[in-house]
Design a binder for this molecule. Structure first.
Ligand SMILES: NC(=O)c1ccc[n+]([C@@H]2O[C@H](COP(=O)([O-])OP(=O)(O)OC[C@H]3O[C@@H](n4cnc5c(N)ncnc54)[C@H](O)[C@@H]3O)[C@@H](O)[C@H]2O)c1
Length: 298
């Protein structure tokens, strides 16, 4: 049985733990939080995971490390110095980071050649994508192995050609999120209505065809060529930027729309997970969710 050490038992680490355990890995999870035992008992009931009491020993036995600690460069650097010291020289150290550059996480680290990003979308156990992002020092063989490993976990890993802050998924998410906040701050639409609008249009569309394939279909038989020349050529308006000073307004609206607190979170997350599973099953039933286009899956 292969050993994975998961660093961090927050939102992402707990979900990785369930995914690795369900795929037959021996899972060890490490987190200094004082309520670790309670959290694991509550969130991972029925899942076989071991709580790490002696990290160097756990790391010496590790075949793979998935780090899901805080999104802070100083903490990550300190963690990776420790991970490098206690792991075998062929063990991949994969960070779940949402935006930090692997080159900076690995700066001055003797294990830089085996440090990479394995960025999931939340929750990792349900969302297919893992972005695999190498730093300039990451060896290609480790990128290839990480891709293979995530595929064996049932994920859809996509390796980026080189690093860029925010990677691809979160750059796209940021562009859309900035515009969503701008529109709500301008009073054009409420936060709840904006969510409904996206779910009823771009969300459903993009689960079936990506933005480029959608463009190609949006142009009719003339495809993207026609779309860019006609509808696309008119999209020249100024976009505007959200005002960081008015973030509080957004938070108030979102909390009013969806509620707050741990019980509310459990209820919303359970509904999200059940619905995501149902959508994934429906997509998988149609060609495994692959596009009808020949190039799309390449
Ligand atoms: N939440 C998301 O939507 C999301 C999605 C994809 C990736 N990520 C990334 O995953 C990582 C974790 O995010 P999260 O949302 O789970 O955060 P979180 O705050 O829920 O969890 C972080 C955990 O790390 C623990 N921690 C602190 N110091 C530690 C140490 N030295 N060793 C081990 N654990 C330590 C904390 O106690 C906490 O439980 C971040 O890098 C984040 O960018 C988050």
């Amino acid at each position: 049985m292969k050993n994975v050490v998961i660093i961090g038992a927050g939102v992402i680490g707990l979900s990785w733990a369930r995914l690795f355990a369900e795929n037959g890995w021996n899972v060890q999870i490490s987190d200094p939080r004082p309520d670790l035992t309670e959290v694991v008992e509550r969130e991972l009931r029925g899942v076989k995971v071991h709580l790490v009491t002696d990290l160097p020993t756990a790391l010496r036995e590790a075949d793979f490390v998935q780090e899901a600690g805080p999104e802070r460069m100083d903490i990550k650097r300190e963690m990776y110095a420790n991970l490098a010291e206690h792991t075998r020289d062929d063990v991949i150290l994969a960070s779940s980071s949402s935006s930090l550059l692997p080159s900076l996480i690995a700066e001055g680290n003797p294990a830089a050649h085996r440090i990479l990003i394995g960025h999931p979308f939340n929750p990792p156990e349900l969302m297919p994508l893992v972005e695999v992002v190498p730093g300039p020092a990451t060896e290609q063989r480790h990128v290839d192995r990480a891709v293979e490993l995530y595929r064996e976990l049932g994920k859809l890993p996509i390796a980026l050609k080189r690093e860029i802050p925010g990677f691809v998924g979160n750059r796209l998410q940021k562009a859309l999120g900035d515009q969503a906040r701008y529109l709500v701050q301008e009073g054009i639409i409420s936060a709840g209505e904006l969510d409904q609008l996206v779910r009823a249009s771009l969300g459903l569309r993009w689960a079936v065809t990506g933005p480029f394939e959608s463009n190609h279909l949006g142009g009719g038989p003339g495809g993207i060529r026609h779309l860019m020349e006609h509808v696309g050529s008119q999209m020249t308006f100024e976009m505007g930027e959200p005002d960081p000073a008015k973030t509080g307004e957004i938070v108030t609206q979102v909390e009013a729309a969806y509620g707050t607190g741990p019980e509310n979170y459990e209820r919303l997350a359970a509904w999200r997970d059940e619905t995501t599973r149902a959508v994934s099953r429906a997509l998988a039933a149609h060609d495994g969710g692959a596009s009808a286009g020949t190039e799309a899956a390449a």
